[in-house]
Design a protein around this ligand. Structure first.
Ligand code: 5RP
Length: 221
């Protein structure tokens, strides 16, 4: 099965977690694009609305006639569906390959259940082969770079990337993340960091992984 087909079957499996008449949280990326297309096809007229983590996903949702509403206008969301760049077996994630990490973290924090959808290449033993994205306030970039180097990372500016929030992204190479909770806390404490794409304090609750043998479901310990 191709990686794209694995993403699609994982996205399709997430539909079972969506309750009719609910407001759903929707992430960003190619796997989520499958989810948006499928949820619109199978449940579009039975969804109340969506809260989206990026302008790109909002546009796709609206293209299917799904209302996109402001997070400030709703209470806790039942469910957040999003992809990941890496997941370990504790469902701690690296996210932000598409640059939407801050809004993704906000919508995940506002949701009762986080369902992560991915193809099986994303499951790793130790997080960090995929460079860890950090969104930074542009004027603080070099200050943040120095602090990140002191943590043992090799930060590289993502050229040409400005986030939906008007900030820049540093991708951290060379990390072997054995204590994701601690690293997330340390990076969050650096002045000028908006958000780190490490989802350890708020991991996924369910991981739906597309494999050659169908979808395998993992739940957090
Ligand atoms: C975007 C993300 C995506 O969820 C992540 O990059 C995975 O993307 P894809 O589904 O295209 O592999 O975090 O900021």
């Amino acid at each position: 099965m191709s990686p794209e087909d694995k993403k699609r079957i994982a996205a399709e499996a997430a539909i079972d977690y969506v309750r009719p008449d609910s407001v759903i949280g929707v992430g960003t990326g190619s796997t989520v694009n499958h989810f948006i297309d499928l949820v619109a096809e199978k449940m579009g007229d039975r969804l109340r609305a969506a809260v989206s983590s990026s302008e790109a996903s909002s546009e796709r949702l609206r293209g299917h006639g799904i209302d996109v509403i402001d997070l400030n206008d709703v209470g806790k969301l039942d469910i957040y569906v999003d992809g990941a760049d890496e997941s370990n077996s504790r469902l701690q994630l690296i996210k932000g390959g598409g640059g939407a990490l801050t809004r993704e973290k906000i919508v995940a924090a506002a949701s009762a259940e986080f369902v992560c959808i991915a193809d099986d290449s994303k499951l790793v033993e130790v997080l960090g082969v995929f460079p860890l994205p950090v969104e930074v306030i542009p004027m603080a970039r070099e200050l943040v770079v120095r602090e990140l180097r002191a943590l043992g990372a090799d930060p590289r500016l993502r050229e040409g990337m400005i986030t939906d929030n008007g900030n820049q992204i540093l991708d951290l190479h060379g990390l072997k993340i054995t204590d994701a909770l601690d690293l997330e806390t340390r990076i969050n404490q650096i002045t000028g960091v908006v958000c780190v794409g490490l989802f350890a304090h708020r991991p996924a609750d369910v991981l739906l992984l597309g494999t050659d043998n169908g979808v395998v479901t993992f739940t957090a310990d």
